[in-house]
Write a protein that binds this ligand. Sequence first.
Ligand code: NOJ
Length: 563
Amino acid sequence: MLREPKVLLFLFGAFWSTFAADALGDWWKDTFIYQIYPRSFKDSNGDGVGDLNGITSKLEHLVDIGVSTAWLSPIFVSPMVDFGYDIANFTDIDPIFGTLKDFERLTAKAKTLGLKVVLDFVPNHSSDKHPSFQKSIQRIKPYDEYYVWKDGKIVNGTRQPPNNWLSGFQGSAWEWNAQRGQYYLHQFAVGQPDLNYRSAALRKEMENVLAFWIARGADGFRIDAIALLFEDEGLRDEPVIPNTGLPPTDSGNLEHIYTRDLPEVYEVLKSWRKSVDVLGGDKKILLTEAYTTIPLAMKYYESGGIPMNFVFITNLTGSSKNRDFKRNIDRWLSSMPRGSYAANWVVGNHDNHRAASRFGRNRADQLSMLAGVLPGVGIIYNGDEIGMEDTSLTWDQTVDPAGCNAGPNKYSQYSRDPERTPYQWDNTISAGFSESNRTWLPVNPNYKTLNLLRQKMTVTSHYAVFKKLVGLKKLPVMKTGTAEVILMENNILGVVRRLPDASPVVLLINFSDINVVVDASTWLNVPEELNVYVVSVGVDIAAGTRVNATAFKIPPAASVILV
Ligand code: NOJ
């Protein structure tokens, strides 16, 4: 008697989890999400820094390339120590970017264009200029517990930080505050004190931030540094990793067992999922930023988020082989929990060197093409769609705290400025980014030839390749077909998407720098004749060419999609 309802429940559960995605509107599935770094996208008022009105004026570009979503890096009130990731007011726009009215106009236009807008939510820390931090210093309740404070250790009569934890931007993660007479934790810059998620009042306040932006049209959030929300209550020293070869101030010398990935993190995410779900409207996306192991990343799915998949950034380089890609792709796909979750593939972001620089100019399209053919969501960084490259900058031009704190001899190993220079719209002054020729970071000198306008007027371009990838994602075979990643002879990788009664979609990547002839038909079990759908820039095969898949010549470093 008792078993039947259970079986029914189970069947319903299984049905629900596969059905839930689209019925409840997982609108992000099988689309590309486009990250906009607001300071560098488009400057509307000639001050050399990008702004909201600039973004609004360029939303047509997102429609043109076919992405579903604009994710905006932080636009909130900030002293800009970490260029917006140090927030002094979570519910207002920084004047450098505009006003709440400007944001309203941006979301209104995005809605009419059918674009979703995702905001950056930075819950781990605030700016030291946030009024709550000032009140915390004065021990005013409940703010006294909003941050992580601790007495110093007295060693041989001198005061020292409470433990050995290191900041992501070099040196101790603790800063002495004379007024309060305690150290505060900052896992990033000194101006970014860590918030204390063991304070219920703080948690409530941060939940209100989510509701505030949803009421103003946000379709979800990218959640910054979520893995760092909690620290060990005993504040124990982290184990030191021997012989890293890193400077002693580098946090890479520690095993982060007490400052990252604590189980409470997932509970907080679940509570955020609940609190955004009750607000109604379209389903909200919660993309979590955690550079962590695959098993720990997967727990974000089960907690209501989508863990950003960084394997293309952290695990693979321009010298990776076909088997390295297969291992990483398969591991992610086979680790995903059952149910209707979306895989995702991050091509680039504002914290890592540009895809075209990491993988080399002749492989600039490789990651986007993989993100296009693999199941799920592609996440690209503004400029990746035109193959923008890193800009090399001198020490004097460096502004990123990660670079500045490393000093003049090491800055280039840490600075994120090279991937943050202005978007290259055309070949006019400041690449069409600003009317001013003084921009917050210099424009890459290659803008005269590498820019969107020029690519729009050229038949073969990164821009044209990207647009075709977006089109591909709309095919039923891409939405529900199987995905196989196959190691082929001579360092070729094959990816095949199949669906009964549909033509397979095949991606072939040549990981060597010589021509390779392959029998793709046999290796991949696909028809002997296929059509070229799109090729990476630099490959001289026209789209639409009918090819013999039993002896197909793949040029050096090429990526080719056949259907
Ligand atoms: C991750 C962000 O992407 C990065 O730019 C920032 O510096 C840190 N989190 C701190 O917020």
